[in-house]
Design a protein around this ligand. Structure first.
Ligand code: DX5
Ligand code: ZN
Length: 217
């Protein structure tokens, strides 16, 4: 089965968002990945509800919203209203992760938990049956275009093992530094959803690149 491809808009041309989204609409991409940063949880700030609402009006694919913000529980309903279909929160940012995950699910969004590169996979043991997907961060969150941390492949396998052990239905998403070279390796390791920012929007031919990302070795 080919993976779900979720181009990350962080590397798109923000002066031409409409054009970029229309490109994704006609591409073989499955989701659109939106990175929300608050300048606290991560050192960068991106965009919020008005921009998501504007994107939603044009996008013909589900919006996969990745919250890199502190206390995300304050905004779950707002992100739903703005148009999120999938919503992921960071393990490191949630004191009451179980409650937050169920808040997301009650609003009929797919609920994801993201883990930073240093967070042990075993910390997911008691939440793996509650989430729809796990986001394995393969860079330290905050910026697009960073180098893939190779230890992430081992971590994907660990997440996959945990999922099997608990007979969970969770999918595995990988986010950060995904390119045409590591994509097939990641899929083999157990990734279901490939996020790619720079690889797609920095490409000469983004449509072709999206197509190539889908092909499993
Ligand atoms: C990083 C973001 C990623 C980022 C990925 O903090 O969560 O989604 O946009 O971009 P690339 O694929 O360029 O590493
Ligand atoms: Zn992301």
């Amino acid at each position: 089965m080919s993976p779900i491809i979720a181009p990350s808009l962080l590397s798109a041309d923000f002066a031409n968002l409409e054009k970029e989204i229309k490109m994704i609409n006609k591409s073989k991409a499955d989701w659109i990945h939106l990175d929300i940063m608050d300048g606290h949880f991560v050192p960068n700030i991106t965009f919020g509800m008005p921009v998501i609402r504007a994107i939603k009006k044009i996008a013909q694919k589900p919006l996969d919203v990745h919250l890199m913000i502190e206390k995300p529980e304050r905004y779950i309903a707002d992100f739903k209203r703005a148009g999120a279909d999938c919503l992921s929160v960071h393990w490191e940012a949630c004191t009451h992760l179980h409650r937050t995950i169920h808040q997301i699910k009650e609003l009929d969004m797919l609920a994801g938990v993201a883990i930073n590169p240093h967070t042990p996979v075993s910390f997911l043991e008691d939440i793996i049956n509650d989430v729809d997907f796990v986001v394995v961060m393969s860079v330290n969150p905050g910026f697009g275009g960073q180098r893939f941390i190779s230890n992430s492949i081992k971590r994907v396998k660990e997440v996959r093992k945990l999922i099997e052990k608990h007979k969970s239905d969770a999918m595995v998403e990988i986010d950060g530094g995904v390119d045409l070279e590591n994509a097939p390796i990641l899929v083999d390791a157990g990734v279901d959803i490939l996020v790619a920012g720079n690889t797609v929007f920095g490409a000469e031919n983004p449509l072709e690149t999206i197509k190539k990302l889908r092909i499993k070795n």
